[in-house]
Design a protein around this ligand. Structure first.
Ligand code: SF4
Ligand code: SF4
Length: 200
């Protein structure tokens, strides 16, 4: 279930995300969260009300903390896949030449556009030995995992989809790392490419 609000953190400095990472390590997250919201003027920059801003930052911090806890186990995995969200494609209509694979209910990128964020992510991950799937929704995760049996998954999606996906991965005993979208909205969404590169 997506958030009932949209946000765009894609223009925020790297320093902001470093602060989120730091907060993921720390125990007094409540205090840090208020401080981050004030310091980076999150409400003014995003137009979010305080409770939505708190929810968003709390989710980002929780995901960072989970990534840190899970990293050692993930590093030991031998077979890995990257799940990318279809909403970050440059085109979401017929201009996208990705083919739909019924066996996995996901798209396979045809690299039709050099500046498509998803196309760039696919190229990077494949170079690193990952299988890559562009997911139209979280419901195909179980199907892919049952068919392919990956030990580790890197998932890029909005916080809501990540939460749902992680529950499935936990149930199936699959290790994971996640990269939350920095702009949501179900079309023209955005993730941080450098964060993805480091995660892979
Ligand atoms: S590069 Fe891949 S994902 Fe992007 S628009 Fe082209 S086929 Fe679709
Ligand atoms: S923002 Fe993207 S990943 Fe999240 S629910 Fe919408 S389409 Fe799915």
């Amino acid at each position: 279930m997506p958030y009932e609000f949209t946000f765009d953190l894609s223009k925020f400095p790297r320093f902001f995300f470093a602060e989120i990472t730091k907060a993921g390590y720390q125990k007094k997250v409540g205090i840090r969260l208020q401080e981050i919201i004030r310091r980076f003027r999150i409400q003014e920059a995003t137009g979010l009300n305080l409770s939505d801003a708190v929810m968003l930052l709390q989710d980002l911090i929780d995901m960072q903390a989970e990534n840190l806890l899970e990293r050692k186990r993930f590093d030991k995995t031998k077979t890995r896949a990257l799940f990318l969200p279809h909403c970050s494609r440059k085109y979401m209509d017929g201009h996208c030449k990705a083919s739909f694979e019924t066996s996995t209910s996901s798209f396979r990128c045809a690299h039709c556009s050099g500046d498509c964020p998803v196309g760039r992510a696919v190229a990077l991950a494949e170079k690193k030995g990952y299988d890559v799937y562009i997911l139209p929704g979280g419901s195909c995760i179980t199907k892919i995992l049952k068919a392919k049996g990956y030990e580790g998954i890197v998932g890029v999606a909005c916080c809501d989809e990540i939460k749902t996906g992680v529950e499935i991965l936990k149930l199936m005993g699959v290790s994971y790392q996640t990269v939350p979208l920095v702009r949501n909205g179900c079309a023209n969404t955005s993730f941080n490419f450098e964060t993805l590169r480091q995660t892979l």
